[in-house]
Design a binder for this molecule. Structure first.
Ligand code: CA
Ligand code: CA
Ligand code: CA
Ligand code: CA
Length: 428
């Protein structure tokens, strides 16, 4: 279970790759640190509090809520170092190098394999059931959706298939719609991507990227919608395909924070904030759904650090890196969209069948924070799957629906967002 007070740390850790620093500042120099004497069964650490005498005892050196003893400081063979990075668990804020801080993972055991979450990078437990709620404002045929960080709201491409009068709208917490930019008339399925804070490639949070229906062309819209560069980039050469495909701004820095695009003709490109485009692959199939997997091999196995793109028609998930196509996986999902479960962010998905957004609170996804979620357009269940590395293979697990949940009929794109709309209040 991820507590809300630690989710900012989770996000930071996810974004910045594994960190392992002793964050404890509470141990005065020269004081005596003592064992609790209870071996592996020691209770909650005193967390740097005094013990009533002159001796200051700190039993939780990294302040993650797990006692030094429980973190293996006094193990007979030497202090335990689960991830082998040279920093022992009792000083390592992410002992299992899975991108989730020990303080958030705690001593529970999600998958029931006997290994506490904090030292178990593979948690392939069945995801908890989610409750989807239909957002009670009317929508005008939305397709694409993403988080608009500067306003804490959700931005969508609307008015499919004409894109008029407004191609983009922002949905405020009270359910009202505002046009986003003066763009009108982008036709067909309009897929979008926004930049998040902390982008290392020079993109500004809230910038929005989209295709314009012309082969190989990308549009860039400023965070407040006032400036539209159309086209911003035209890929060199011809016959690239369209950006409905997908677009994604790399939040990990593994690809320089670049904009990644996947086209309807199977090309994958990186584009810098300066507009320089580099082709990574061309596999000749309509790609749809795109993400960059954070580089935590212990958690994601062969997917760590790679670019994922779906091929709905083939039923395949393609895996790319900077050298091109790495492998193609059959995972039993016809991929429409790919997203990372962000800590303390609500879920919003376009249920095209009813022209509504379906939302679910962040807490519903607490059991799979940091994981990859695949969306399938038409389906017989939820159409949402967790993609998980089980130590041997990459498998897709359907995310169950709670009894009270709305049943999605036809998904388009989905997103996680630190935003609220009507029935789904903003995350605390
Ligand atoms: Ca600790
Ligand atoms: Ca370590
Ligand atoms: Ca961890
Ligand atoms: Ca476990």
């Amino acid at each position: 279970m991820i507590s809300t007070r630690t989710t900012a740390a989770v996000l930071t850790t996810l974004a910045l790759a594994a960190c392992s620093a002793d964050s404890d500042t509470s141990t005065p120099t020269g004081t005596t640190t003592t064992t609790t004497g209870t071996g592996g069964s020691g209770g909650a650490g005193a967390g740097g509090t005094g013990t009533g005498g002159d001796i200051f005892v700190d039993t939780d050196a990294d302040d993650d809520g797990l006692s030094d003893a429980d973190e293996g400081r006094y193990d007979p063979g030497g202090a335990r170092d689960t991830d082998g990075d040279g920093t022992p668990d009792y000083l390592d804020t992410d002992s299992d190098a899975d991108g989730l801080p020990d303080a958030a993972e705690g001593s529970g055991d999600l998958d029931g394999d006997g290994l506490p979450n904090s030292v178990d990078p593979i948690n392939n437990n069945t995801p908890a059931a989610i409750t989807l709620t239909a957002i009670s404002t009317t929508f005008n045929n939305p397709i694409g959706i993403d988080f608009h960080e500067p306003t804490g709201s959700v931005v969508i491409s609307a008015n499919y298939p004409t894109g008029a009068p407004s191609t983009f709208e922002r949905i405020q917490q009270d359910g009202t719609h505002l046009p986003f930019s003066a763009v009108s008339g982008f036709t067909d399925e309009v897929k979008i991507a926004t930049a998040r804070p902390g982008n290392v490639g020079g993109f500004t949070a809230g910038e929005l990227f989209v295709g314009n229906g012309v082969d190989g062309q990308i549009v860039r819209i400023s965070p407040d919608g006032s400036s539209v560069q159309n086209p911003w980039v035209t890929l060199p050469g011809v016959n690239h395909g369209l950006m409905r495909g997908s677009l994604y701004v790399d939040p990990t820095g593994l690809y320089g924070g670049d904009l990644i695009v996947a086209t309807t003709l199977g090309e994958v490109w990186r584009v810098t904030s300066g507009g320089a485009a580099t082709q990574l692959a061309g596999i000749g199939v309509h790609l749809e759904g795109l993400t960059v997997v954070p580089n935590f091999p212990a958690r994601f196995g062969p997917l760590a650090g790679k670019i994922l793109a779906g091929a709905e028609a083939e039923g395949l998930l393609h895996v790319f890196d900077d050298t091109g196509l790495v492998t193609s996986l059959t995972i039993g999902v016809l991929v429409e969209d790919i997203d990372l479960v962000m800590p303390n962010e609500n879920f919003f998905g376009v249920n095209f069948g009813t022209s509504r957004l379906l939302g679910a609170p962040a807490a519903d996804f607490a059991s799979i924070v940091g994981d990859i979620v695949l969306t399938q357009e038409t389906h017989t269940g939820t159409g949402l799957y967790r993609l998980v590395w089980d130590g041997t293979s990459v498998v897709a697990q359907e995310i169950p629906l709670a009894v009270a949940s709305q049943i999605p009929t036809q998904w388009e794109h989905v997103t996680f967002a630190a935003a609220g709309i009507l029935e789904i209040p903003p995350p605390q």
